[in-house]
Each structure stands twice: as structure tokens, then as C-alpha cells.
Design a protein around this ligand. Sequence first.
Ligand SMILES: Nc1ncnc2c1ncn2[C@@H]1O[C@H](COP(=O)(O)OP(=O)(O)OP(=O)(O)O)[C@@H](O)[C@H]1O
Length: 229
Amino acid sequence: MISMKKVSQLYGGTQILWDLDLDIEPGSITCIMGRNGVGKTTLMKAIMGLLPIKRGEILMAQDALHKQSAEQRAYAGIGYVPQGRDIFPMLTVEENLRIGLPVKKRKDIPEKVFELFPVLKEMLHRRGGDLSGGQQQQLAIGRALVLEPKVLILDEPNEGIQPNIVKQIGDVILKLNAEENLTVILIEQKLGFARRVGKEFRLMEKGRIVAADKMENLNDELIKQYLAV
Ligand SMILES: Nc1ncnc2c1ncn2[C@@H]1O[C@H](COP(=O)(O)OP(=O)(O)OP(=O)(O)O)[C@@H](O)[C@H]1O
């Protein structure tokens, strides 16, 4: 579905991603894991086109994503839920959702978003800033779903969120994957959640993928080597 070949990325003079190769299968749920600062967020921003890459290729099917703008990538079917959610606090829930829609074409918010997250319908006219952290996260995911993406990228969706909403977010990811074959790429630090939701894992260290396998093969040795702090 998404294939990265020898991708390098720099912030100023500091290289963050090093000749990184990554393959994401259609219909998979892949957890990108690794300690703080290894480059997970940078990698997601590179896929989404929020950061230019220095070298390498990013392909979706056979299309050269790396030649497209972030907006083109969103319309090509990649949804992105950034770390920290980036909700507009002064805009209503509805306005926050509409930001994900094209300005020119008159398209409505798909009803499915409200079926998945009923709280967004209840709070449609409230300001984003009035929502709890968990509700804002649901709004951020809802906003990424309004264009009905084929691939959904979530960057630590459970950071600072209460357990019942973490459970609900996990259920939504599994449902979209099972019923609509949505491909999911998830940055996740919490092992329990990664194991419940993820089907594949990729471990990162120093801007490279250092291990890739099915989630059931994420063993103690790998955890100690690449995840334990
Ligand atoms: N805007 C920036 N300018 C310069 N360096 C940056 C910038 N953003 C991130 N970095 C650096 O790039 C490296 C990778 O950061 P990145 O956020 O991708 O890591 P991460 O694995 O997602 O970490 P975390 O788990 O803490 O979110 C870090 O050393 C970080 O300090």
C-alpha cells in the first residue's frame, strides 16, 4: 500500500531518517514503535508530505507520493491524526470537521463519522476548546476520516487520554480495519494497546527500521533492546 525506499530526511544539518525502507501492506494495522526521538513522528510527517524528504521514494500503489503536496496526498487517500491533535479551539466541532473537506466541491461530513463517535454529533456546535482531551482526540480522528481515506496514520492517539476512550479508539480502529479494510499506521508507545490493536510492528532506532514482524512475534528480547527505557 505504502512503500518507502531509502528515505533520508534532515532538520537543518541534522539527519533524522537514514536510508529508511518501510513496506505497509494493504489492510494491515502496523505499529511503529521505538524510544523517544528515534524519528517516528518525522517518518509520519514525511509520508504525509508535511516535511520534504532529502532522498528516496515514497510510493502508494505505484504513485510517487513524494512528488505530491500534503493536500494532494490527503485527496489521494491518506488521513492523518497528528500528535497533540491540533484541534482549533475557537472553532466548533462541526467547523473542525469541515476543515478536512474540500472547499470547492460541496461535500458533507459522512454520517459514518458520527456513527463511530456519537459524542461529536452531541457536541456539534460546541467549541473544540470546550471538549475534554479524549473528545478532542475523537474529533481529530473524525476530521481525518471525513475524506474517507484508504490509509489512516495516527501519531500516539492515546497520549494523556482516559482508559475508556482509549478502549473506544482501539475499537474504532479495529472496526474500520475489519469492515472497510482500512490500512492503519499507528505510532504507539503503550505495549498493551499496540498488542491489542496492531497486527504488525516495525521497530525504529536512530532513524532506521531495525525490526519488522507480526505483532505476536514482538518478544521480550526486542522490547528490552529497542523499547525499554
Ligand atoms: N522541527 C524540528 N527541528 C529540529 N529537530 C527536530 C524537529 N522536530 C524533531 N526534531 C528532532 O528530530 C529527532 C526525531 O524526532 P521525532 O519527533 O521524529 O521522534 P519521535 O520518535 O517521534 O519521538 P517522540 O516519541 O518523542 O515523539 C529528535 O532528535 C528531535 O529532537
